[in-house]
Design a protein around this ligand. Structure first.
Ligand code: EPZ
Length: 417
C-alpha cells in the first residue's frame, strides 16, 4: 500500500493550474454511449475514476484511444448492456451508464453501486424517475435489471430530492427518448451544465426552462464532436483552502471564477485576501482566521465536497465554528483523524463543532474517502514535523498530479511504498 509522507509546516507559494473536472467527465463519458459516431474529449483529468469509467465503457464494447491528450471514444460497435460489479463497486458513478444503455437498447443490467465511506449511496431516485419514461426494473443479486419494451417515452419527471446523479441519468436517457421530457427539481451543479452543453453540441434538443427545470425533446441521431471538459471546481476550492490554511500566497489558474463565488465569499469572510480575475484567483492567507458557521447544500450552496477541507482551515480559526453536513449521512470520517492531530472536534448528529485555535501536531493517519484524504494533507502541511497518510489510493481517484502540484508551491511531500 502506498503512503504519503508530509513534512510541515509550509506556506504554499506560487501558482497551480487546475485540471479538468472529474465530476463533469464521468457523466459526459457515460453520455458518449448515446453516439454511434466518434467523440473527441479534451481536458479529461488523469485520475483513477476516469480510468475506471473508460474501462467500464470498454467492457461495454466502446473503443477508446488517447491521442495527444485527447480521448477518442468510438461506440459504433458498442453493443453490450452489462455493467459489472467489479467496475461499478469502486466508482459509484458507474450507475450513469444505465440511462444511456436504456435509451440506446431498451434494456440493461447494471450493478448497484453499493455504499462507500460517506454513505449508502442509494439510487432509488434514479430508478423511480427512469420508470416515468417507461422503464421497468427489478433488483436481483446486486444488479439492476431494467427494460423499456416500447423504448423510452418522454414524460414529466419531478425529482423527489435534488440528486446530481439522478439528474444526469435522466438528462442522458431523455435525450434519445421518443417525445418530450420535462425534468423538475433538477440539481444544477456546474458539472450538470457542462453535461447539457456537451449533449447540445452532440445534437440533442435540451433547454433550461427555469432555474431547476429542463425540457428535452428526444432526437434519433447525434453527431461526431469534439468537447473540452470544464475545470475541476473542487480541486480549485481545495487549493484555495490550502493557501488560506498555510498562510500561503497562491495563484490558481485555468478556472472560471463566476462558478465558485460561494467559495470565494466564504474565504473572504474567514479573512483571506482574494483577488479575482475572470480565469484566475490570487489568494493570500491570513494569520487571523475567523470562525464561521456553515452548512453544505446543493449548488449554488457550499459544496459537500469541500466540507472536510474547510474544516481543517476552521480548526485554525480564532473562535469556534459549526459545520452542518446536509448532503451525506456519514461525511465526518476525517474528524477522528484530525482529532488525532489535536483538533478536539465534537460531532452531534450531522453537526461538527470545531473549537478552533488549534496547532495541528503531526501524526500517522488513515485516509477514508477522496475528500477526507486531501483534508489530512492540508492538516499535515500545517503541522510542524512529519505526518504519514495511509490508503492514499482514495486520493488518486480524484486529484491529478497532487504531489507534483503541491511540491511546485513549496510543500515537502513524497509518496513512499
Ligand atoms: C455527486 O454524487 C458527486 N459525484 C459527489 O462527489 C458529490 O458529493 C455529490 O454529487 C453531491 O454534490 C459525482 O458527480 C461523480 P447525489 P451523487 O445524488 O450523484 C441521496 C466526490 O467526492 N440520494 O446528489 O451520488 C444521496 O444518498 C463525490 O467527487 C438518494 O437518496 O450525489 C445523498 O445523500 C463524492 N437517492 C444525496 O441524495 C438517489 O437515488 C445527494 O446525492 C440518489 C441520491
Amino acid at each position: 500500500m502506498q503512503k504519503l509522507e508530509v513534512f510541515g509546516s509550509s506556506k504554499l507559494k506560487g501558482s497551480i493550474s487546475i485540471s479538468g473536472s472529474k465530476n463533469a467527465s464521468l457523466p459526459i463519458l457515460a453520455a458518449t454511449l448515446l453516439s454511434n459516431e466518434k467523440v473527441y474529449l479534451k481536458n479529461l483529468p488523469k485520475v483513477k475514476d476516469i480510468e475506471t469509467m473508460i474501462n467500464l465503457l470498454q467492457s461495454l464494447g466502446s473503443i477508446t484511444k488517447y491521442k495527444n491528450k485527447e480521448l477518442i471514444v468510438n461506440n459504433f460497435k458498442q453493443n453490450k448492456k452489462f455493467a459489472s460489479y467489479n467496475l461499478v463497486k469502486t466508482m459509484r458513478a458507474g450507475i450513469l451508464v444505465l440511462g444511456p444503455l436504456l435509451a440506446k437498447f431498451g434494456d440493461a443490467k447494471v450493478s448497484l453501486p453499493g455504499g462507500c465511506a460517506i454513505g449508502t449511496r442509494p439510487v432509488d431516485i434514479h430508478l423511480k424517475s427512469l420508470s416515468k419514461l417507461g422503464v421497468r426494473y427489478k433488483i436481483f443479486q446486486g444488479y439492476v435489471h431494467a427494460t423499456a419494451p416500447k423504448g423510452l417515452i418522454g414524460s414529466k419527471v419531478h425529482f423527489s430530492k435534488i440528486s446530481v446523479g439522478a439528474t444526469e441519468n435522466l438528462i442522458i436517457a431523455a435525450s434519445l427518448a421518443k417525445g418530450t421530457t420535462t425534468l423538475n427539481n433538477c440539481a444544477i451543479e456546474p458539472e450538470i451544465k457542462d453535461l447539457v452543453n456537451f449533449l447540445k453540441k452532440l445534437g440533442c434538443n435540451i433547454k433550461w426552462t427555469a432555474k431547476r427545470s429542463l425540457k428535452i425533446i428526444g432526437v434519433q441521431k447525434v453527431k461526431e464532436i469534439t468537447y473540452s471538459i470544464m475545470f475541476d471546481r473542487i480541486e480549485a476550492g481545495t487549493y484555495l483552502i490550502a493557501a488560506a490554511a498555510t498562510e500561503g500566497n497562491l495563484k490558481i489558474k485555468n478556472i472560471k471564477t463566476s462558478i465558485i463565488k460561494t467559495e470565494i465569499n466564504i474565504l473572504r469572510k474567514i479573512g483571506a485576501k482574494v483577488t479575482v480575475k475572470k480565469d484566475e484567483i490570487q489568494i493570500i492567507g491570513n494569520k487571523n482566521i475567523k470562525g464561521i458557521n456553515i452548512k453544505t447544500a446543493p449548488y449554488p450552496g457550499f459544496p459537500t465536497d469541500l466540507q472536510a477541507q474547510l474544516m481543517v482551515l476552521l480548526c485554525k480559526a480564532n473562535r469556534k465554528s459549526l459545520i452542518k453536513e446536509d448532503i451525506f449521512e456519514n461525511r465526518f470520517m476525517h474528524v477522528s483523524e484530525l482529532n488525532r492531530m489535536g483538533a478536539q472536534i465534537s460531532i452531534r448528529g450531522n453537526k461538527a463543532l470545531v473549537p478552533g485555535k488549534i496547532k495541528f501536531a503531526p501524526a500517522e493517519l488513515m485516509a477514508t474517502d477522496l475528500r477526507a484524504s486531501v483534508s489530512l494533507i492540508l492538516a499535515a502541511l500545517s503541522a510542524k514535523g512529519k505526518s504519514i497518510i495511509n490508503r492514499i489510493y482514495h486520493l488518486d481517484r480524484g486529484y491529478e498530479n497532487l504531489e507534483k502540484k503541491l511540491k511546485k508551491v513549496g510543500a515537502k511531500i513524497k509518496r513512499i511504498n
